[in-house]
Design a protein around this ligand. Structure first.
Ligand SMILES: Cc1cc2nc3c(=O)[nH]c(=O)nc-3n(C[C@H](O)[C@H](O)[C@H](O)COP(=O)(O)O)c2cc1C
Length: 190
């Protein structure tokens, strides 16, 4: 069924690949939660509570994993917000995606928007390239927003986030993010 954005308050899950308190990537998630609240309800998944993936447990899932998978299954779309660790995605994020990829493969055909922030120069490009490969793997197979013009690679975070409130405040970045989120909404509506 097709919906128009204004008549459909989308249910979006954000998976954030950083557990640290002052995380820029978590700050980006909160910025998006607030900025797009009239278009979508963004819930930030609790991936800290997920145990390490264990194939012996995948038919007898820990409750936290069941709840996480259920939230993905019922979402209209997923935003994956990744830091870059050693030129890839953090282990906690890979762990979450590994749980999602097995048995009931709840990410298949789910619209996905990858984004990421780093204080460094290259805006998590290496992490996001890996992330896109993982998202395309047979067990995950998200319907990932095309990278053409849509790569949200936020660099120099220290200059772009408000140190006190912890929100993304750089106008050019916010304006670009608005455009990409509109295309993500279109992807969900297709
Ligand atoms: C284990 C580790 C590896 C890192 N590797 C990279 C890297 O490859 N590229 C990069 O731009 N930053 C790297 N960084 C710096 C992170 O971008 C920075 O710590 C960032 O703030 C992490 O995201 P967060 O603020 O959401 O926690 C690394 C940091 C850690 C802790």
């Amino acid at each position: 069924m097709k919906y128009k954005a204004e008549e459909f308050n989308m249910n979006i899950v954000a998976i954030v690949g950083s557990l640290r308190k002052g995380s820029y990537n978590m700050q980006l998630a909160k910025t998006m939660q607030e900025r797009y609240k009239n278009r979508m309800n963004i819930t930030i998944a609790d991936i800290r509570s997920l145990p390490y993936y264990d194939q012996d447990e995948e038919l007898n899932l820990p409750q936290t994993v069941t709840a996480f998978k259920q939230s993905i299954a019922t979402a209209d779309g997923i935003i994956v917000i990744t830091p870059e660790y050693n030129w890839s995605i953090p282990g906690v994020l890979k762990n979450a995606l590994d749980w999602i990829s097995r048995v009931d493969k709840v990410m298949i055909d789910k619209p996905v928007l990858p984004v990421g922030v780093t204080p460094g120069m290259l805006g998590t490009i290496r992490a996001q390239l890996h992330l896109r490969e993982i998202l395309s793997s047979p067990g995950v197979q998200g319907r990932v927003l095309s990278p053409a013009g849509n790569e949200v690679l936020i660099n120099n975070a220290i200059q772009k986030f408000d140190a006190k409130e912890g929100r993304l405040v750089d106008e050019a970045t916010l304006s670009f993010l608005d455009e990409v989120v509109s295309k993500f909404v279109q992807l969900i509506q297709q």
